[in-house]
Design a protein around this ligand. Structure first.
Ligand SMILES: [Zn+2]
Length: 305
């Protein structure tokens, strides 16, 4: 009798394990930040792959066939939106031939829903001059408070796709929120002396980070997002930096270093490269790791707060 009972338990175990394996939701995200949050919220119930690496500029990615095949196998495609991926995601969706992830389907999720977007354009959107932020600033994952909004958006969609595991997603979401809230309090305390510090940035991709930490972005290397700086603008920038004692240029570690280094040397300033995405440096695995590393870089760059 006991032996039969044991065999039954094992059999049921196998069936449940098989069911769990079969039911995993295949999530594909455009960026590694979204992948890290999806992994935290989805836990064991999801298999998550990111298309862009953290050391790549998400504005400019080649629409490779290998990315199309990722999109082809996805149950859920999560993207940043606000036209961050406009140059390549439409091609991947077209080439992926997966009806589940087409716009308007439950398998298509734009993560910017619910985010307070910075630099929203007023009036007519003008793309004629090559501005790559026509719908407002798309680099919102660099404010960790937005991580809470994104996690909620992803959890809600996972619950809709897989109602049977709704409680698991709720539990994971709660855990993610608690961890991040705890970190937020520590980070804000640690960075309090940064408030009001003026910096120059290369591209407009640090606005959300600056907004969170109270840094003031006083000028940019690019006159318009995505448009290479003209020699005239560089000369004006160097003048501005000298006049106003702007001593730090921040730029993403995937951007070319030559221009910021040259401007920094002309203006007696420091050019500081930051990882700005999960995977942007070895060891940045989770969304919280990203801000730990960024704060460490800023502390080093500013010589201790
Ligand atoms: Zn940008």
């Amino acid at each position: 009798m006991r032996r039969i009972f044991f065999a039954l338990v094992v059999a049921v175990g196998f069936v449940l394990a098989g069911r769990a394996e079969a039911k995993k939701i295949h999530v594909v995200t455009t960026t590694p930040d979204l992948a890290a949050i999806a992994r935290a919220v989805g836990g064991e119930r999801v298999e998550v792959k990111a298309i862009a690496r953290g050391d790549q500029d998400p504005h400019y990615l080649e629409a490779k066939p290998s990315y199309m095949s990722l999109v082809n196998k996805a149950d859920l495609l999560i993207y940043n939106g606000l036209e961050l991926e406009i140059g390549w995601l439409p091609l991947l969706i077209q080439g992926g031939r997966n009806p589940k992830v087409l716009s308007g389907q439950p398998g298509n999720l734009e993560a910017s829903a619910g985010i307070s977007v910075l630099e929203l354009p007023s009036g007519e959107v003008d793309r004629s001059q090559g501005d790559v932020h026509p719908l407002g600033n798309p680099h919102y994952t660099l404010d960790p408070r937005n991580g809470l909004v994104i996690a909620q958006t992803i959890a809600t969609r996972l619950q809709a796709l897989d109602p049977g595991d709704a409680q698991t997603f709720s539990r994971n979401l709660k855990q993610f929120e608690q961890d991040l809230q705890q970190h937020l309090a520590q980070w804000e305390m640690r960075a309090k002396d940064l408030r009001g510090r003026r910096v120059v940035t290369y591209h407009k991709n640090l606005e959300y980070l600056a907004n969170w930490l109270g840094l003031v972005v006083a000028d940019y290397l690019e006159d318009k997002p995505g448009v290479p700086p003209s020699p005239r603008h560089i000369a004006e920038l160097v003048g501005h930096m000298k006049r106003d004692n702007l001593a730090v240029i921040l730029y993403a570690n995937f951007q070319e270093a030559m221009a910021p280094e040259r401007v920094a040397s002309q203006a007696n300033a420091l050019a500081l490269a930051l990882p700005i995405s999960v995977g942007g440096e070895p060891g940045i695995i989770t969304y919280a790791d990203l801000f730990e590393t960024i704060l460490g870089c800023l502390e080093k760059g500013f010589g201790g707060f």
